[in-house]
Design a protein around this ligand. Structure first.
Ligand code: AQP
Length: 331
């Protein structure tokens, strides 16, 4: 049986938080058994906003360690760094010539992020979704496990794929987003109206996978709640409590309704105290594995070198084929 191909990426641009874990990494790990998976540390995406070079290099290794600790098995999946396979950037240029300017102006993530830097926003941030389309189409991936924030970018990838399909029917695979219903948009602990984000102004917005237990407890204690006092799941009227319930449910694999029942008649104090322990205990094995991987940088380098070789072996012939298909190069 031919396994479906999966591609997804994570930026080494900051901390990896429980939103990344619940919304994406956990599904990456679950999909490994039945799929042919490529998972990528997308450093070319990270430089769409300014990065300190030394810091970025360290983050690449730390994000690799975190990804492995979250359950990615390099024997089953290909784990690699994006810039190690130059075909990503090369294909992105070709796709830049396929996508329309107007289509990119409609990307809400660009609109949100460019408000911070205004005129000083990089052109790379504008074409970020095109690089993402290149990542996916380069490998002919059929499924892309992502959080809900990437839904629009995935739609654009599909649109680019369909546009190319007319001339290159044998090359193009139109990918599908794989977005879980629960946990696809974990919200900020200090602002339940916006997604949990590593670039949030306050560290009380997120819980990092490597936060110490006491810091996790403090962050959950300080998490905003709603004006009510009961533990109920209502995303519209009680978004903050709904978000905390989603985290609880995702990390324990228990249905939300069961957790709501457990806290009937109890207040936020009891609920938050237990949630903090759920997060601390849920992250403990991952934190232990992060420490183990970080302590062996040679092993991380080996995994990434092998990953780049395997990914390159798929990327190179596909790149040659699309160039030929588009009439590029010497006849
Ligand atoms: N809050 C979230 N809930 C669920 N999934 C999320 N993802 C990100 N935030 C949430 C998913 O995590 C994967 C990797 O994301 P990324 O490395 O591309 O980072 P990001 O989306 O840029 O993450 P941040 O934290 O939101 O960073 P900034 O602040 O730079 O924008 C993706 O599949 C993503 O959907």
């Amino acid at each position: 049986m031919i396994k479906k191909r999966v591609f997804s990426g994570i930026q080494p641009s900051g901390t990896v938080h429980i939103g990344n874990y619940i919304g994406a990494l956990r599904n990456w790990a679950l999909m490994q058994k039945d799929h042919d998976c490529l998972y990528c540390i997308v450093d070319l995406h990270a430089i769409t906003v300014p990065q300190d070079p030394k810091d970025l290099r360290e983050r690449i290794l730390f994000t690799t360690a975190t990804t492995l600790a979250a359950g990615i098995d390099p024997q089953q999946s290909i784990l690699f760094v994006q810039s190690d396979v130059p075909e990503h950037a090369e294909l992105a240029w070709l796709l830049n010539c396929v996508v329309y300017y107007g289509e990119l102006t409609r990307m809400t993530q660009f609109k949100d992020k460019s408000t911070v830097r205004g005129e000083g926003t990089s052109a790379g941030l504008f074409t970020y979704p095109v690089l993402m389309a290149a990542d996916i189409l380069l490998y002919g991936a059929q499924a892309v496990p992502v959080g809900d924030d990437q839904r629009q970018h995935l739609e654009l990838t599909r649109l680019i794929a369909r546009r190319l399909e007319k001339d290159l029917p044998d090359w193009v695979v139109v990918p599908n987003a794989f977005i879980e219903k629960k946990g696809a948009r974990v919200m900020g602990l200090d602002d339940p109206m916006a997604k949990m984000s590593k670039s949030a102004p306050s560290e009380y917005n997120y819980i990092s996978l490597d936060d110490a237990p006491d810091l996790i407890r403090k962050k959950i204690r300080k998490a905003v709640t709603d004006s009510g006092t009961t533990i109920e799941f209502d995303e519209e009227k009680r978004p903050a409590v709904a978000n905390l319930l989603t985290i609880y449910s995702s990390l324990t694999d228990r249905p939300v309704e069961e957790i709501v029942q457990q806290y009937a008649g109890k207040g936020y104090g009891d609920f938050k105290k237990d949630l903090a322990e759920v997060v601390v205990e849920g992250l403990a094995p991952i934190q232990k594995r992060i420490r183990e991987f970080v302590s062996d940088p040679a092993q991380l380098q080996r995994i990434l070198t092998e990953g780049a070789e395997k990914a390159g072996a798929i990327a190179r012939p596909r790149m040659a084929a699309i160039k030929k298909g588009l009439g590029l190069g010497r006849p």
